[in-house]
Every structure is written in C-alpha cells, then in structure tokens.
Design a protein around this ligand. Structure first.
Ligand SMILES: [Zn+2]
Ligand SMILES: [Zn+2]
Length: 148
C-alpha cells in the first residue's frame, strides 16, 4: 500500500522508522520552520536525543535544511524535492517574524549571488530577513514589538 510519508523518506534514501515518520509528519503539517524543542513538544513524550538524531539524518540526506534565524535555536524546514545530500538547492530567503517568532521559507525568493573579494571560499550562504509576517502585519490589535 502506498504511503506518502514513507515514499518521501524512501525517495531520499532514508529507511522509514516509526520515529522518522512521526517527525516528517510534524514537519509537513507545520507551515513554519521548527526547532528541536518545537518538534519535541509537538511529539509528546518523544525522546529528545532520538528526535535530534532524526533531524540530523534528515539534514544529512537532503530532506530538511537548517536555518539559523538569530533566535538562538536552529530551526528545521523541509527541502525542495530536488535537494540531495551533496547539493542543497534551497538557497532561498528566510523570514523571521519579530512578533510571532515564526521562521518561514520563502522558496520563491532566491538568495542573491554575492561576489566576494580575493581568496574567500564560501561554504554556506544564508539570508534571514526580519520583520512582520503577513498575518502579524495585518494584526493591529497588539502593539508592535520593541526592537531588541
Ligand atoms: Zn508573525
Ligand atoms: Zn527554507
């Protein structure tokens, strides 16, 4: 019987286990990127080390990517289907909302190419923009956040 979650794992050469299916399910249901703690809380009673290992496997296999949004916690979000362990193609802008503190992938907005001088060898590029997400920008019932 076809199982979409299992198929997603198998497509990335990840052996489906109960925990991996649960973590993938959580990631697919959430529109925003999730931290290890977020995943742990959504999966009640999950073992933190197992969740951590699962997210590391997903990252290594090109199923999720890590986002450092400046909040102090690394967040994880699903990759584009075309990502591979060797080549993450999701070099897109991320947006951190200073009000609801959610981090979103903006897959339609690529990170612009930046030319660096001389012998600098880039290993990684990330661009996190901060401000109000559409939902919070439209919410005038609460005061704007104070800058930190
Ligand atoms: Zn927001
Ligand atoms: Zn992303």
């Amino acid at each position: 019987m076809a199982h979409p979650l299992e198929d997603t794992l198998i497509a990335k050469q990840i052996t489906p286990t109960a925990m991996r299916l649960l973590v993938l399910d959580v990631l697919m249901k959430q529109p925003a990127a999730l931290s290890l703690t977020d995943v742990e809380e959504l999966l009640q009673h999950a073992d933190r080390i197992t969740v951590h290992r699962t997210l590391k496997t997903f990252t290594d296999k090109g199923l999720v990517h890590r986002i450092e949004d400046g909040s102090g916690a690394v967040k994880f979000a699903l990759c584009e289907p075309s990502c591979t362990p060797e080549h993450h193609q999701d070099l897109h802008v991320h947006f951190f909302c200073t009000r609801c503190r959610e981090t979103s992938c903006l897959p339609a907005v690529p990170v612009p190419a930046v030319a660096l001088p001389g012998a600098y060898q880039v290993q990684e590029t990330s661009l996190v923009m901060k401000g109000l997400c559409p939902r919070c920008a439209g919410d005038t019932s609460t005061p704007a956040p104070t800058m930190q």
